[in-house]
Design a protein around this ligand. Structure first.
Ligand SMILES: *Cc1c(COP(=O)(O)O)cnc(C)c1O
Length: 393
């Protein structure tokens, strides 16, 4: 719903120039390693197709997603570059992935068999990456199962049924710089690569690092790094450095418009359960976003929002569709005014990281959970390139 000027009730604004700048920065930092930009979960809530396009424009040679449907959606939207996916269940149909030239991941001999079967049925070569579990205890073959997976992959490759394009793993504690598990996972990864050498299998692209490791641990970079959160301009290791300190620009702003403004007397209970009661006569503003849109209910009375350039507290419980802010005694009736919930922070608005700290989570969850009811608007606010002084126009 928009007002006559076309301003919607609420929107996520994504600055694609920030995405491009972050991608370019990450490539610069990790070179000569290559960059894979992770656009799973609707591009961490930013929009997978739009972010994918911006990442490609900035030169990202690889994109990555969790599941096959996400990869196929990118192909349907016209993406033709290298694209890796890594999460599937037994019985998954890999044929569409093989046809669409998507690199898939095998974490077990059984999974590899299913991929090979799809390749055989199409009489095409499947591109496969092998995943080893070096200590996260999530996906990937455990070191004791690894030789069997490597042997099976080598055999299938020799038979011309697959091409092994990479060997990889994922870190558990990369956001804790210097955590002892990092060196341990690197050693386990090295041993897995040695098994490849012993079994006569070229590992293809070797990769281990997520955003935090890519930015803070050069030894983890290998041939490729997989960056998600950093591409969106949020710090992957907030205990170590903030976004600006890592050279990143947050791309997402969540904003809405005041639906209603009203003066209430001291002692007014606000929102469900009356967990907040006004301590003075004041003016309340109604913001048309709630947990149905992904605003965490734990933000109840825990964060500030920016209204008219001023920070005001969110008071009382977050409801499904709305929250209430205390605009302060004597505030003007600013119904219709812009409310910024979070953004890059440059105009005084809270950041997604601030929200994360206030509600006891990580910035990833704050941006990723903003729901489909909130329309995404894309802007391209590239700062004008500076002209050399005295140059012609
Ligand atoms: C989500 C994901 C990433 C990206 O992690 P960030 O911390 O956002 O950089 C990398 N690799 C795998 C396997 C993932 O699932």
């Amino acid at each position: 719903m928009a007002d006559p000027e076309g301003r919607p009730r609420a929107e996520v604004v994504v600055d694609l120039s920030a995405v491009r700048a972050n991608v370019a920065h990450l490539q610069h930092v990790v070179a000569p390693s290559q960059l894979l930009v992770v656009v799973k979960a609707h591009g961490y809530g930013h929009g997978a197709v739009e972010v994918a396009r911006a990442a490609r424009q900035a030169g990202a040679p690889w994109l990555g997603v969790a599941v096959l449907e996400e990869a196929l959606a990118l192909r349907a939207a016209g993406d033709t570059g290298r694209l890796l996916c890594w999460l599937a269940v037994p019985g998954e149909d890999y044929a569409p992935a093989v046809i669409a030239d998507i690199d898939v991941t095998a974490s077990s001999p059984r999974q590899l068999e299913e991929i090979v079967a799809a390749a055989d049925s199409l009489e095409r070569v499947a591109r496969v990456q092998l995943k080893v579990d070096t200590g996260l205890s999530r996906n990937g073959a455990l070191p004791e199962q690894w030789p069997a997976l490597v042997r099976a992959a080598r055999a299938a490759q020799q038979q011309g049924r697959i091409e092994v394009s990479g060997t990889w793993s994922h870190l558990a504690c990369a956001d804790e710089v210097g955590h002892p598990s990092l060196a341990s996972q690197e050693r386990t990864f090295e041993r897995a690569l040695m098994v490849c050498a012993e079994e006569g299998l070229e590992p293809g692209l070797r990769h281990l690092a997520n955003s935090a490791a890519a930015l803070t641990r050069p030894s983890s970079r290998y041939d490729l790094v997989r960056c998600g959160i950093a591409a969106y301009g949020l710090s992957p290791a907030p205990g170590h450095a903030d976004a600006a300190g890592l050279g990143l620009r947050p791309a997402m702003t969540l904003r809405g418009r005041l639906a209603l403004v009203k003066a209430v007397p001291v002692g007014s209970g606000v929102s469900y359960g009356h967990t907040h009661v006004t301590s003075r006569d004041t003016v309340l503003g109604l913001v048309p976003l709630g947990y149905g849109d992904g605003v965490p209910r734990h933000a109840s009375s825990a964060v500030d929002l920016l209204v008219g350039g001023r920070r005001v507290p969110l008071v009382g419980r977050v409801c499904m569709d709305q929250v209430v802010v205390d605009l302060g005694p004597g505030a003007d009736d600013e119904a219709g005014a812009e409310v910024v919930l979070f953004g890059p922070g440059q105009d005084g608005e809270p950041t997604a990281q601030e929200w994360a700290e206030a509600v006891g989570t990580i910035s990833y969850e704050i941006v990723t959970r903003i729901g489909p009811r909130v329309p995404r608007t894309y802007v391209d606010a590239a700062p004008p390139t500076r002209r050399p002084s005295g140059g012609s126009r």
